[in-house]
Design a protein around this ligand. Structure first.
Ligand SMILES: Nc1ncnc2c1ncn2[C@@H]1O[C@H](COP(=O)(O)OP(=O)(O)OP(=O)(O)O)[C@@H](O)[C@H]1O
Ligand SMILES: [Mg+2]
Length: 256
């Protein structure tokens, strides 16, 4: 199978810190990947490098077999790579639907900061397309009832759903999720896990960073484990998490 995304000897340095060290991964299409590892092991930085919001220092990346190592982040979004962030980053002055519409618009029309539907009375084919995409994403995330509300008054779990909807609304080919279930209850986490699994079964390739190892084992097809910036292990989640070196690094104790 041809990989959708590859990184080859990818390295990210922040001054003297090597946050991502010589990482080579292959992401096959229509699969859900877990990316786990202890705090500070480089997971968010790797997602940042893949989305080009963080500059890589060495190595290369391809998407659909084309090298995009030097592309600016907005062009990477246009190519079809979307992400959510570890902390909620929604625009507090806009309603949920407008936040999600910005995500849809960014993918398809993105280099402009002008969102025409925010101007009263302005209605265009572009707005209709964007609104449709946003409405669909909102339904998928089960947040229709919050559509007209500003996100900062909503419970944290709902805000996280809005972020996923925003990333989804652009119709990405690869979705990078940085701890989307952080701060959620167990039931909410299971719901998000089931949703991500469903999206994958419908053909969406995803990389999921999550500290809930049980969730990753339950929903992911494959897992990469990072430790100190490097890939420590890769494979079938249920097998990989049993490995002694993974347990030692990730859980901080040796498998007994
Ligand atoms: N902008 C930055 N400047 C300097 N160092 C950074 C920066 N971002 C991350 N780091 C460092 O890079 C390393 C990897 O951090 P990163 O946030 O990628 O880890 P992580 O695996 O996502 O951790 P967590 O599970 O806590 O989210 C850490 O040592 C961190 O302190
Ligand atoms: Mg992180």
């Amino acid at each position: 199978m041809t990989a959708l995304l590859t990184t080859s000897a990818l390295t990210v340095r922040f001054g003297g810190v090597i946050a991502v060290n010589n990482v080579s991964i292959e992401i096959q299409p229509k699969r859900l990947y877990g990316l786990i590892g202890p705090n500070g092991s480089g997971k968010s930085t790797l997602l940042g490098a893949i989305s080009r919001l963080t500059k890589s220092t060495e190595g290369t990346m391809t998407f659909r077999q084309s090298d995009y190592t030097a592309l600016p982040a907005f062009k990477v979004a246009h190519m079809g790579i979307a992400r959510t962030f570890q902390t909620v980053r929604l625009l507090p002055s806009l309603s949920v639907i407008d936040n999600v519409m910005l995500g849809a618009d960014f993918r398809h029309f993105g280099s402009s900061i002008f969102a025409p539907w925010l101007v009263p009375g302005w209605s265009t084919a572009r707005e209709r397309a964007v609104r449709n995409a946003a409405e669909n994403a909102i339904v998928r995330l089960g947040i229709e009832e919050y559509k007209e509300i500003k996100p900062d008054v909503l419970p944290y779990g709902i805000q996280r759903r809005v972020e996923i909807a925003r990333a989804l609304a652009g119709g990405p080919d690869l979705l990078l999720l940085d701890e989307p279930t952080a701060g959620m209850t167990k039931t909410e986490r299971e719901e998000i896990g089931a949703l991500l699994r469903r999206l994958c079964d419908e053909g969406l390739t995803q990389i999921l960073v999550d500290h809930d190892v049980g969730l990753v084992v339950d929903v992911c097809d494959e897992v990469y484990v990072m430790n100190s910036g490097s890939i420590l292990a890769q494979g079938v989640p249920a097998d990989v998490v049993q490995r002694a070196d993974v347990q030692e690094a990730y859980l901080g104790k040796r498998h007994r």
